[in-house]
Write a protein that binds this ligand. Structure first.
Ligand code: AMP
Ligand code: GLY
Length: 420
């Protein structure tokens, strides 16, 4: 099978690495890909994942059998719709279905129709948000949760005790700080509990669960500082109820799939639910229409089954229900980020020490670049160092040895990934 993988982050490197292990793979193309993917795929840096016309043309030129979409932007831009019109199989939701992620207000409406519980919320539009936001926040009370409606790379959410900061965030959203994402603002009830990310492979009707992972979204140790795309994660998550996956499938994934199918917009692709385990049960904080980054980097190394036939079957509506086989080994990912992340970063700093990383540690590239014969930083999240071990303690130790070995100026990483 000839596969085109879209995207160029750490998640896509992990997906490409897993696809490359498939005996069914004849050729892997990655667009735009990254330096890590270059070791398992033909990379086409000139084609951006969200350039729909260029992706369709590339798939035709390379005689592609299946397109696998990593990030959300190409999905929201309609890449699956365009490929389907050309008769090219693609794994990922249509632009319409991808609104589960690209519009938090749309996701709220779908959950309501599906009977899925999520935090209570108030949705405010544009200028009304700036006007009424403060009053609404005072009514709701602290801690305040304010979210930009659309895609904001995990950075459009503020959780704070500070009313002034919350009011300012609403104002920033309404004033377009998050671009189009900010036109609609969601003020949400604050929930306390443990968070976990769950994922399913969906073919429109059938869903097969992946193993959960726990992500660390805040920049600083002890969950301090701004929200990021994710600073690290681990799997398996041992403090979860043993029936968590079954409950998530029964209470969240299946009702959403059933509702969307009944409404004529069946959902195909990865479905990611960010859940809060509260004293009152599971609550959905967000849906994503793709796998998590960095969660993929710890989930796929534990998957013993071949990913490629699963995605090919799901893309063509033929996914068989059932459970997948998982390694009992643990995986811990420590993300190395550039100085300034999650704000603007300076690229081009030389990266050292990768040649001294233990062979058992998986290195997934995110924001790296080739500068002549040197490897340099080229993005906010730079590298994922994934330790694998008999248990979380061993995996964590391996990841941190690597995180200390690899270096670049201004390197930032959390010291408390997987430590409870
Ligand atoms: P989201 O992008 O919607 O998942 O939000 C980013 C992070 O903000 C989540 O992972 C939570 O840690 C936090 N968060 C979001 N919504 C809530 C909520 N309603 N209550 C408490 N924390 C939340
Ligand atoms: N790590 C969070 C996300 O991928 O959305």
């Amino acid at each position: 099978m000839r596969v085109l993988l879209l995207g160029g982050g750490g998640r896509e490197h992990a997906i490409g690495w897993k696809l490359a292990a498939s005996p069914h793979l004849d050729h892997l193309v990655a667009a735009p890909g990254n330096l890590g993917l270059a070791s398992v795929a033909e990379i086409v840096p000139s084609v951006a994942a969200e350039d729909v016309a260029a992706v369709v043309a590339l798939a035709g030129q390379r005689d592609i059998d299946l397109v696998v979409v990593g990030p959300e932007q190409p999905l929201a831009a309609g890449v699956v719709d365009a490929l389907s019109r050309e008769g090219i199989a693609a794994f990922g939701p249509t632009a319409d279905s991808a609104r589960l992620e690209s519009s938090k207000s749309y996701a709220k409406q779908v959950m309501k129709r599906a009977g899925v519980t999520s935090p209570l919320s108030i949705i405010l539009q544009g200028s009304a948000a700036a006007g009424a936001g403060g009053m609404m926040l005072e009514l709701v009370g602290p801690p305040y949760v304010v979210k930009a409606d659309g895609l904001a790379a995990g950075k459009g959410v503020l959780v704070t005790e500070d009313l002034d900061a919350a009011v300012a965030w609403v104002g920033d959203c309404a004033a377009g700080r998050f671009g189009e994402a900010g036109n609609t603002v969601v003020i949400e009830e604050h929930l306390a509990g443990r968070e976990v990310s769950v994922f399913a492979i969906c073919d429109g009707i059938t869903a097969v669960p992946l193993q959960p992972a726990r992500d660390y979204k805040r920049l600083g140790d002890g969950d301090t500082g701004p929200n990021t795309g994710g600073m690290g994660c681990y799997s398996p998550v041992d403090d979860l109820p043993t029936d968590l996956v079954d409950r998530a499938m029964g209470e969240v994934i299946a009702p959403v799939l059933g509702t969307l199918a009944a409404e004529g917009t069946p959902y195909r692709g990865f479905l990611y639910a960010g859940l809060m385990l509260t004293d009152d049960g599971l609550r959905v904080l967000e849906f994503n229409c793709r796998l998590g980054d960095p969660e993929t980097q710890v989930v796929l190394p534990r998957l013993e089954d071949d990913l490629l036939p699963l995605l090919a079957d799901a893309a063509t509506g033929k996914l068989a229900a059932g459970d997948l086989r998982w390694s009992r080994r643990a995986a811990v990912d420590v993300v190395l980020a550039a100085a300034g992340y999650p704000g603007p970063v300076v690229a081009g700093d030389p990266i050292s020490g990768l040649d001294r990383v233990d062979d058992d540690v998986l290195v997934f590239h995110a924001g790296t670049r080739d500068d002549g014969d040197r490897l340099v930083t080229g993005g906010g999240r730079v590298l994922n160092l994934v330790g694998i071990g008999a248990d979380i303690t061993a995996a964590r130790a391996a990841a941190y040895v690597a995180a200390e070995t690899v270096d670049f100026p201004g390197k930032q990483y959390r010291k408390d990934i997987a430590s409870g």
